[in-house]
Design a protein around this ligand. Structure first.
Ligand SMILES: NC(=O)c1ccc[n+]([C@@H]2O[C@H](COP(=O)([O-])OP(=O)(O)OC[C@H]3O[C@@H](n4cnc5c(N)ncnc54)[C@H](O)[C@@H]3O)[C@@H](O)[C@H]2O)c1
Length: 249
């Protein structure tokens, strides 16, 4: 069995991806700062912990990430697959009102979270003879969105990091790609709303911008991630696969 680490495994895309990979026969370690949520997700897959475990960790904390990856490797052996799905949104607000802390948090999780995880798994992946990394970024990294300056910039940085890592790690037999979702029907979506905006108002604002006319699902993102991990995508590296119902067009 192959070991996969999935961040953000307590909810949404990370949870759906962990379930998909587990069903395909992977041993999965679910990392999330929501330790209880990650435990629930892992417990639903393997109540005895034999093939799915949960580790409570903030991906913005490099030392904690190293410890968690060590525990995952200790439990399941060398890591061949890393999926970075943990992320934080920002409430829409004008650029001049965005507090410095919002920028720092967005970068700490959406960019440094990927850096910390990739640095921590690399020795194990190299020892295993190669592997695959998939970063869950956002269409917001490609398409400017008024009110989401920090989030857009952080996700663009994560896309750029994906390409640089792909170039640097190719000779190690490690492919690195990203899935860039559009608006998703997950708990995160509500946290992108403007202050005081209702979900109904947000839908009126968002849906006309999505050519396929609906939100995406966590399952659809998990399917795209699993395809990039699979041998069907064996010659694909450094790519950002946009899964947004056509929104970026
Ligand atoms: N939901 C959307 O509309 C949308 C759109 C585009 C991109 N995305 C991206 O998709 C990814 C998955 O989002 P989702 O929709 O599944 O959201 P979600 O809120 O359902 O899940 C995100 C998970 O990340 C975890 N997390 C957040 N900060 C963390 C940290 N510092 N350390 C560890 N875990 C942390 C949360 O606890 C949560 O379980 C994110 O990177 C997000 O930016 C989401």
């Amino acid at each position: 069995m192959t070991t996969a680490i999935i961040t953000g495994g307590a909810s949404g895309v990370g949870k759906a991806t962990a379930a998909k990979l587990h069903a395909q026969g992977y041993r999965v370690a679910l990392l999330d700062r929501d330790a209880d949520g990650a435990r629930n997700s892992a417990g639903a897959l393997a109540p005895d912990g034999a093939t799915a475990i949960a580790l409570g960790v903030d991906v913005g904390d490099a030392a904690a990430v190293r410890d968690a990856v060590e525990q995952a490797v200790g439990a399941f052996g060398p890591v061949r697959v890393l999926v970075n799905a943990a992320g934080v949104p920002m409430a829409a607000m004008p650029f001049h009102e965005v507090p410095a802390q919002e920028w720092l948090t967005s970068y700490q999780v959406n960019v440094m979270g990927v850096v910390h995880m990739a640095q921590a798994v690399l020795p194990s992946m190299r020892a295993a003879g190669g592997g695959v990394i998939v970063n869950v970024t956002s269409v917001a990294g490609q398409r400017a969105r008024a009110g989401l300056s920090a989030y857009c910039a952080a996700k663009a940085a994560a896309d750029s990091l994906t390409r640089t890592l792909a170039l640097e790690l190719a000779t190690d037999g490690i492919r690195v790609n990203a899935v860039a979702p559009g608006s998703l029907d997950t708990p995160m979506f509500a946290r992108f709303l403007k202050p005081g905006e209702t979900m109904e108002e947000a839908m009126k604002r968002y849906l006309p911008q999505i050519p396929l006319g609906r939100m995406g699902t966590a399952q659809e993102m998990a399917d795209a991630v699993a395809w990039l991990i699979s041998d069907k995508a064996s010659f694909i590296t450094g790519q950002i696969v946009t899964a947004d119902g056509g929104r970026a067009l």
